[in-house]
Ligand binder design. Structure first.
Ligand SMILES: [Zn+2]
Length: 262
């Protein structure tokens, strides 16, 4: 119980930082400086205006100085990130794998929000997610070493190699698919961002689960794509959501897969 509360609080704090990334990175602003301020009246926020979730509720969604409304997006991102850390802690326990996995999904959440708002995602955050997903075995290695609970060395080696291989296959598949679709409809269909995310999905899920995730993402994207009719539909949020659903229900999906193909 304490462990889950701890996971929730870490997630809320990370969510608060994600808000900073979501607001500042697309505008090309520095994420560390200046400190948080109200975008309307420019007053610097005190630390008690910055407590995840709680401050927004206590201030009733308004700036403490000028009373202008604060977007609901902030508490929403904080809550979602908190729940993300909590749910993953239930699945993985408080381990290095839990923390890195939660960070990768947090970055995918930030990318999704940015894609919804700007129809473009920053490469910096995208590559950070891919890098963490690829190098996770090194973090697990460091954690196990610190605890003195090392596994067989080949375990880390195998995990690292598998992640690089599956990421490369997925990124190349999306790249090739993008070229093919471009040849067919003479328009860019899959951007660089989608190729990087495909790599992250490959590293996080591996085969065959990553194929399930692509399928789930496409299913989720169909309805909004039909409604949008010609408008752009950001694809990143659906890839992220498909990856999340597949990761959380991985045991069930693997069972189905084995029933069908084994
Ligand atoms: Zn203000």
């Amino acid at each position: 119980m304490m462990a889950l509360l701890f996971a929730l609080f870490i997630g809320l704090a990370i969510g608060s930082f994600l808000n900073v990334l979501i607001v500042r990175i697309p505008k090309g602003e520095n994420v560390a400086f200046p400190p948080s301020h109200c975008p309307v009246c420019d007053n610097a926020l005190k630390w008690w205006h910055n407590i995840p979730l709680l401050s927004w509720l206590l201030l009733r969604g308004r700036c403490a100085y000028c009373q202008s409304p604060i977007s609901r997006l902030y508490p929403t991102v904080e809550l979602l990130t908190g729940l993300l850390f909590l749910v993953l802690a239930m699945k993985l326990g408080l381990t290095a794998e839990w923390f890195i996995t939660a960070l990768v999904f947090s970055l995918l959440l930030a990318l999704s929000v940015i894609d919804f708002e700007y129809y473009a995602v920053p490469d910096s955050l995208n590559f950070m997610a891919l890098g963490l997903a690829l190098l996770m075995p090194l973090f697990i290695f460091g954690w196990d070493w610190a605890l003195g609970e090392m596994r067989d060395f080949s375990w880390y080696q195998h995990m690292l190699l598998t992640r690089f291989k599956d990421a490369a296959i997925m990124a190349f598949s999306f790249f090739a698919l993008g070229l093919f679709v471009k040849f067919l409809i003479k328009k860019d269909a899959l951007g660089e961002a989608d190729i990087i995310i495909a790599g992250t999905m490959g590293a996080m899920l591996g085969f065959p689960l990553v194929l399930v995730a692509i399928y789930v993402s496409a299913l989720l994207a169909i309805v909004p794509a039909l409604f949008a009719r010609g408008h752009m539909v950001p694809f990143v949020p659906f890839l992220a959501l498909g990856t999340w659903i597949t990761y959380i229900f991985s045991d069930t999906f693997l069972q189905w897969w084995n029933m069908l193909y084994a």
